[in-house]
Design a protein around this ligand. Structure first.
Ligand SMILES: Nc1ncnc2c1ncn2[C@@H]1O[C@H](COP(=O)(O)OP(=O)(O)O)[C@@H](O)[C@H]1O
Ligand SMILES: [Mg+2]
Ligand SMILES: [Zn+2]
Length: 374
């Protein structure tokens, strides 16, 4: 399979293709349609959520020679093509993580005076802008205070709290958010289809879940899975590659711990090791599972699945199926509050110790025996 760097290949080429980030997309496309774009933007939020993608889309739309619907880049004109092929001299992307100093910002300040070579506007994308030194920030600030009419700045950062207020107040700010599980899954499914790969819904959802809101991570995981497997990807294959276990083992282990069934719990732990699962990952899933159980138990409600509200459920346990959700509620009824605290403390401890343990199962076994003992 050629080109497995899916997240480069599938970087959205139009605003319509962007998943989530509705607020930024709506406001920016509206400004484009009104021909009222700003001189400086600040995109902040977690990595892999579309900051660079939208910055480039904006750069293209500002310069496109035949916009569609007044805001979508055509991806056909010479400006769009130059940008798509990363060969435009007027789109300058600076990685502030490796160009932190005053010299780079001075260079930028001097370079900015010159009109664009070919495009209508010169666009400067400064990534990880929080990494700039104090002097560099000051130099940048001067530029932002009186930008030439032909220049547009798009600053991006994952750590907004490190960006000086003086800079923030000069920019139009957009907060990017982690993508939701359905958004990630939907795009993964589409990419898989484009690549001619069959992959089950459960397998896609597991990948999406592991990406923790970052579309880039999701696509790079999908790429890894596709590199190793055939054209028909199953849940089991994804589990093996991710080193995660099926939720059903987590569920079983939870049962054994609640029932204080030491023997079955220890046998299960050793089976998992034997099958090559990453026990640290398992312990993490297990404590996360108990965490959810505790939350739902403490929400109280009337004990029926419906009374917890689908929104809360979507927020806390989007990965659980209807059946699994009923099971976790049932399990939670048999655990007292003080036991939740003991279990979670023990499991967190085990999770931490597994990483440096010579026998990975030992910390988990200790936790199991300890929890059954009291
Ligand atoms: N909101 C999104 N919609 C669709 N794809 C996305 C989105 N965010 C990220 N991606 C995918 O992840 C890749 C990296 O995203 P990028 O915009 O560079 O993230 P950031 O700059 O926020 O770290 C993109 O090429 C694209 O494939
Ligand atoms: Mg980026
Ligand atoms: Zn164009």
């Amino acid at each position: 399979m050629e080109n497995l760097v899916l997240y480069r290949k599938y970087r959205p080429k139009t605003f319509a293709e962007v998943a989530g980030q509705k607020h930024a997309v709506r406001t920016l496309t509206h400004a484009l349609a009104m021909e009222k774009t700003a001189h400086a933007y600040l995109f902040c939020g977690p990595r892999g959520t579309g900051k660079t993608t939208i910055a480039r889309l904006l750069a293209k739309a500002i310069n496109c020679e035949s916009l569609k619907q007044k805001f979508e880049p055509c991806n056909k004109c010479s400006s769009c093509l130059e940008i798509n092929e990363s060969r435009s001299l007027d789109l300058i992307e600076i990685d502030a993580a490796s160009n932190r100093g005053i010299d780079e910002m001075r260079e930028l300040r001097d370079g900015i005076k010159f009109s664009p070579v070919r495009l209508k506007r010169k666009v400067f994308i400064i990534d990880e802008v929080h990494m700039l030194t104090r002097e560099a920030f000051n130099a940048l600030l001067k530029t932002l205070e009186e930008p030439p009419a032909h220049a547009v700045f798009i600053l991006a950062t994952t750590e907004i709290h490190k960006v000086p207020q003086t800079i923030i107040s000069r920019c139009q700010r957009f907060d990017f958010h982690k993508l939701t599980l359905p958004d990630i899954s939907e795009r993964l499914a589409w990419i898989a289809k484009e690549e001619g790969v069959k992959i089950s819904k459960e397998a896609i959802d597991l990948i999406a879940l592991n990406a923790d809101g970052a579309q880039r991570d999701a696509e790079s995981l999908l790429g890894q899975v596709m590199a190793m497997e055939d054209k028909n990807i199953t849940l089991e294959e994804v589990q093996t590659i991710l080193g995660t276990t099926d939720i059903s083992s987590v569920l079983k282990m939870a049962d054994f711990i609640i029932e204080k069934d030491i023997k079955s719990a220890i046998i299960l732990a050793n089976k998992l090791v034997e099958q090559g699962y990453d026990l640290a990952q398992f312990a993490k899933s297990l404590s996360n599972y108990f965490r959810k159980m505790m939350i739902f138990a403490s929400f109280g409600a009337t004990g029926s699945a419906e009374s917890y509200g689908s929104q809360n459920r979507q927020l806390i346990a989007p990965e659980l199926t209807e059946d699994q959700f009923r099971v976790i509620l049932e399990q939670g009824k048999n655990v007292a509050v003080k036991d939740f605290i003991r279990i979670l403390r023990s499991l967190t401890q085990a999770e931490y110790e597994i990483k440096s343990a010579i026998l990975p199962q030992l910390p988990l076994e200790l936790a199991i025996v300890e929890l059954a003992g009291e």
